[in-house]
Design a protein around this ligand. Structure first.
Ligand code: HEC
Length: 165
């Protein structure tokens, strides 16, 4: 359970740390806001992932009356597409950013988020460890100790609450 005590140390150390928003987190947040403002009234809280080009195409074809959205910029559609591909990514990014600030020697160097094997994750190349999220839960993997496997650290919402994010 060494991994759990490491993580407990992160939580304690992070009480004073401030997360740094990344560019990607900003665009996911913007995409969420834009989706909720422009799309949710017809499509509900979330739709499956679509590319910006597919959304533009639906607007051009006036699917379901979507021509009213023709003023949306390509950048906005890209933010929406990024959000649809990673609906929980903004929460994950906030959490990853915070953890990096709290445990800089373990989670080093600061890394970009990526999607792989069904996880949304960051790989820290100095230490060869991973922080990941999937289906609302946070995971940790130490590639130096594969026998430990992928460790479930609890729910994203509990972590966000503990971190005060
Ligand atoms: C006025 C209601 C309305 C709004 C607002 C709206 N949509 Fe739609 N959209 C629809 C309807 C209805 C359809 C299905 C039309 C059809 O199947 O012919 C559709 C179709 C689509 C499709 C194509 C699906 C496919 O299978 O081809 C995409 C992608 C899409 N919407 C994304 C969005 C996004 C993203 C937004 C916000 C930027 C949005 N829509 C806003 C009503 C709306």
């Amino acid at each position: 359970m060494r991994t759990h005590s490491t993580i407990a140390a992160i939580i304690v150390a992070a009480a004073c740390a401030v997360g740094m928003p990344s560019g990607q987190a900003a665009s996911l947040d913007a995409g969420k806001t834009s989706y909720n403002g422009n799309c949710a009234s017809c499509h509900g809280p979330l739709i499956a992932p679509y590319s910006a080009a597919q959304i533009r195409d639906a607007i051009r074809r006036n699917k379901g009356g979507m021509a009213i959205l023709s003023a949306l910029s390509d950048a906005e559609l890209q933010n929406i597409a990024a959000y649809l591909a990673n609906p929980n990514g903004n929460d994950s990014d906030r959490l990853f950013n915070w953890a990096e600030g709290a445990a800089p020697s373990l989670l080093s160097p600061r890394a970009a988020s990526q999607s792989a094997a069904g996880y949304y994750l960051r790989h820290y190349s100095d230490t060869n460890v991973y922080l990941a999220t999937q289906n609302g839960r946070v995971y940790y993997y130490d590639a130096n100790k594969p026998a430990n496997g992928v460790v479930d650290l609890g729910s994203i919402s509990d972590w966000l609450a503990q971190a005060g994010l």
